[in-house]
Structures are given as structure tokens and as C-alpha cells.
Design a protein around this ligand. Structure first.
Ligand SMILES: Nc1nc2c(c(=O)[nH]1)N[C@H]1C(S)=C(S)[C@@H](COP(=O)(O)OP(=O)(O)OC[C@H]3O[C@@H](n4cnc5c(N)ncnc54)[C@H](O)[C@@H]3O)O[C@H]1N2
Ligand code: MOO
Length: 406
């Protein structure tokens, strides 16, 4: 398999996403649905506004005579509609959000009127057109209309819309269960007592927290030693996970045991190696069980490689399981604020800082350099063989905070 050329990124992402389907639907209360994705379209159960309302504080009049004066015969306050009908020459005191009385066709702002006891006279301009300050019934939406499509990310505005549309619950997909396994004999669990021949185990926590930017149930197992038995036991222990993520041991060395362990465990390798830098040795395998397909994503151990591949593969597969319409991160175009060297033969995701105007690559691009990754907020997408870049040129970047825009 080492002879098979690494796969282009988009092809590999497509292959991975084709292996999974959104998880089964469940209904949760609106607050619990924030950050999840609609499992089916959301249809309005009511019309909003349900009646014609005043959009301002003032007086409601019939509109046949806009010169006045008028005699004030009652009030319509928010939540307390006027029970009768307004007639020509009469006015109803009305507040913002209150129901327009029967017979009223105009609301005159209180700033444009003078009130003397029960009488109001025009001092300013009447509304033009007459219905200017009226919110018609159904202006926002009518009952039966689909307001949000399946796959929409539920945020504060979508939650508020669902409530306004008469919903107490939202249809969402079950949360994916994910287990992160990091492996390597050199990994020290306690960073304070790490020996020179060791390295603090940092990928497990990094990957767990990347996954937790999405609504998942995530746990970690490891770090575990570089042995087949330890890996197989860790896979066995993760039998309930929808997605297992490993970090390390994905390359070609004799201690790189993730592939043989997966095969021994009964998983089938789907692909290995993608033409990106960092992250080339990523592998994807699957295991069929009665409860559904289990996906294993084997990320390369270099910390930045793990991060970049989790960004481009792990988060998208979690979004797909969650029922998201857009599983893949989207890039935006900005401009270079500094020169960039010509790229080699692998598409590279260069760590950089974007200030809203332009992007500057970091000087250290080693795939183990966490200092540059932690100082970055974007990955600059450099195509294979891209020529040297000059300041002012367009550059495509992926925002990395919270898994980017998806
Ligand atoms: N002869 C070749 N050697 C390598 C190739 C290759 O094609 N031919 N590919 C290189 C590339 S590219 C990468 S990326 C790495 C990935 O290797 P592995 O996935 O096998 O990762 P390890 O060797 O286990 O570790 C690499 C590096 O990362 C550190 N590491 C591992 N796990 C953690 C962790 N949980 N927390 C922090 N740091 C971790 C580990 O100590 C190593 O320094 O292979 C190249 N080699
Ligand atoms: O692909 Mo490796 O991830 O370049 O360091």
C-alpha cells in the first residue's frame, strides 16, 4: 500500500464522509439543541405575528381622516388588546407590540401628536404610507412554512425562531460517541516529570477538546504503549464508540502499529495517506457491527499533523454524524501580508496569523512545532508547486478556531 500515491484531500474527505450517515433522530428541548443540527426541516406551527400589531408607541386611528383631531376612547397595550372597534374620529392609545384594534388602519406616533385629556391633535407629520407603523399578521412567517432546512446549525437565532414558531423541542441526531487513543512509548502522562527521552502526551487532550467543540460524547484512553496488544485492548474498550481516533503510529516505522492492530482487531482499511502537509500518513478504517459502522481515523503523531488532520477529517465526520448540511470547513480569501516561499509537491496548510486584513505565515512550520500552531488562527492553503507568494496577493485560508466555518 505504501506504493499507492497519496490521495488528494477532497477525494479522501469524500470517501470518509461516504462511510457514515447521520445518527438516529431524537427530540431535545430547545436549549439543549444549541450547537446541534436539525435532523429534519422545521415547519412553523403558528403564524408570526398572529395578528396585525403596532410597531410603535402612538395612537391607532381608522385612517379615513388623517388630519384629526381625534377623541381617545381606549387602549391596546401589549398583551391586552382593545376589545371593541375603533370608529372614524376616534383613537386608541397603542403601545409597541400591541394588537391593532378592529377598524384601525394607521398608527400615528405620539411624538407627532399633542394630547389634551381625551383629545389628540396632530402637531407633526402623519405616517406615509398610512400603514407604515403596522406589522401585518404573517410578516415574519405563516403557519405551515418550512423555516429551517434539515442540516441547519442551531444557534441562538435558530432557537429563538423555533420558539417563536411554536416549538418546544427540536429534532436532532443522537450525539456521536468518540474515543481518542494516543499511543507511543515516549509519551509521558505527567508533563512535570517528563524525562529527556520522553515527550509530554499532548495530542490526546488537544484532540479531545477539538472534538468537544461539537456536541459529542468524547472520552480518552491513553497514552498507551507501542504494542499490538495494548492497541487491540484499547480498540476493544472503545467498542461503543461511533468514531475512534488514534494519534501516532500511523507511519511506516516498525513501531507504527496502528494499521496491523486494526487489521488484527477486525477493521478494514479504507485508505491510507493523503497528499497534504502536514498529515500525509492519515489512515481511515471501518468496522461493521450490529449497531452500525464504526469509523477509525488514524492521525499522524506529530502534534501539528494531528491537529490539521483532525480539522480536515475528524471534525467533518463528526458533523456528518450530527446531520450537518455542511460537513467540510469552508475557506475564505484574504491577502498575503508577507512573502511566502514557493511550495513543494504536497498541498500545504501553512500556519499563519490573520488580522482581518491580511495573513502572515509563521516562520516555524515544523509539524512538531506547537508554538507556531498555538500562535496561529488560520491555515493558509498552499497548492502543490505554488510559486513564491508576494505581499498583496490573494491567499485562501481556513479559520481554525472552533473548527472553522462549516
Ligand atoms: N521513513 C518515513 N518516515 C516518516 C514518514 C514517511 O513517510 N517515511 N512520514 C513522516 C510523517 S509526514 C509523519 S507526520 C510522521 C507521523 O508518524 P506517526 O504517525 O507514526 O507518529 P509517531 O512516529 O508515533 O510520532 C511522531 C512524533 O509525534 C510525537 N507524538 C506522538 N504522539 C504524541 C502525543 N500523543 N502527544 C505529543 N506528541 C506525540 C512523537 O513523539 C514523535 O515525535 O512520520 C514521519 N516519518
Ligand atoms: O505529514 Mo507529516 O504530518 O508532514 O509531518
Amino acid at each position: 500500500m505504501a506504493n499507492v500515491p497519496p490521495m488528494p484531500l477532497e477525494e479522501a474527505q469524500e470517501r470518509l464522509l461516504a462511510l457514515v450517515e447521520p445518527l438516529p433522530m431524537q427530540h431535545v428541548d430547545i436549549e439543549g439543541s444549541i450547537g446541534r443540527y436539525l435532523a429534519e426541516g422545521l415547519v412553523a406551527r403558528r403564524t408570526q405575528p398572529a395578528a396585525d400589531l403596532s410597531a410603535m408607541d402612538g395612537y391607532a386611528v381608522t385612517g379615513d381622516d388623517m388630519a384629526g383631531p381625534w377623541s381617545v376612547v381606549g387602549e391596546s397595550a401589549a398583551g391586552h388588546p382593545y376589545p371593541g372597534e375603533v370608529a372614524s374620529g376616534q383613537a386608541i392609545r397603542i403601545s409597541t407590540g400591541a394588537v391593532l384594534p378592529v377598524g384601525a388602519e394607521a398608527v400615528i406616533l405620539q411624538e407627532d401628536l399633542a394630547r389634551d385629556d381625551g383629545r389628540i391633535t396632530l402637531t407633526g407629520e402623519p405616517p406615509e404610507p398610512k400603514h407604515k407603523h403596522i406589522r401585518r399578521s404573517g410578516l415574519d412567517f405563516v403557519a405551515g412554512r418550512e423555516l429551517l432546512a434539515a442540516g441547519t446549525l442551531i444557534g441562538p437565532a435558530q432557537a429563538a425562531l423555533a420558539l417563536a414558531a411554536g416549538h418546544k423541542h427540536m429534532p436532532v441526531c443522537r450525539k456521536p460517541r468518540i474515543t481518542v487513543i494516543d499511543s507511543g512509548d515516549e509519551l509521558a502522562t505527567d508533563p512535570e516529570t517528563c524525562e529527556p527521552h520522553q515527550i509530554p502526551a499532548s495530542n490526546g487532550t488537544m484532540l479531545l477538546s477539538m472534538a468537544r467543540t461539537l456536541p459529542v460524547t468524547a472520552e480518552r484512553s491513553g497514552p498507551i504503549p507501542d504494542t499490538l496488544d495494548a492497541l487491540i485492548s484499547a480498540f476493544d474498550a472503545a467498542h461503543r464508540a461511533d468514531v475512534i481516533v488514534t494519534s501516532g503510529g500511523a507511519s511506516v516505522g516498525e513501531h507504527d502499529l496502528v494499521r496491523p492492530a486494526l487489521e488484527a482487531w477486525g477493521a478494514t482499511l479504507d485508505f491510507w495517506r493523503v497528499a497534504i502537509k502536514p498529515g500525509k500518513p492519515i489512515l481511515v478504517a471501518r468496522r461493521e457491527r450490529p449497531e452500525g459502522t464504526q469509523i477509525v481515523i488514524g492521525l499522524p503523531g506529530n502534534p501539528v499533523s494531528s491537529f490539521v488532520t483532525a480539522y480536515h477529517f475528524l471534525l467533518p465526520v463528526l458533523r456528518r454524524l450530527l446531520g450537518a448540511r455542511h460537513a467540510l470547513p469552508m475557506s475564505i480569501v484574504t491577502r498575503l501580508g508577507a512573502p511566502m516561499r514557493a511550495n513543494g509537491g504536497r498541498r500545504e496548510f501553512v500556519r499563519g496569523s490573520w488580522d482581518g486584513q491580511c495573513v502572515v505565515p509563521h516562520s516555524i512550520q515544523d509539524s512538531g512545532a506547537l508554538s507556531a500552531l498555538a500562535a496561529s488562527n488560520v491555515l493558509i492553503d498552499r497548492q502543490a508547486h505554488a510559486p513564491q507568494g508576494e505581499p498583496g496577493e490573494e491567499a485562501r485560508v481556513f479559520l481554525i478556531e472552533n473548527g472553522g466555518i462549516a
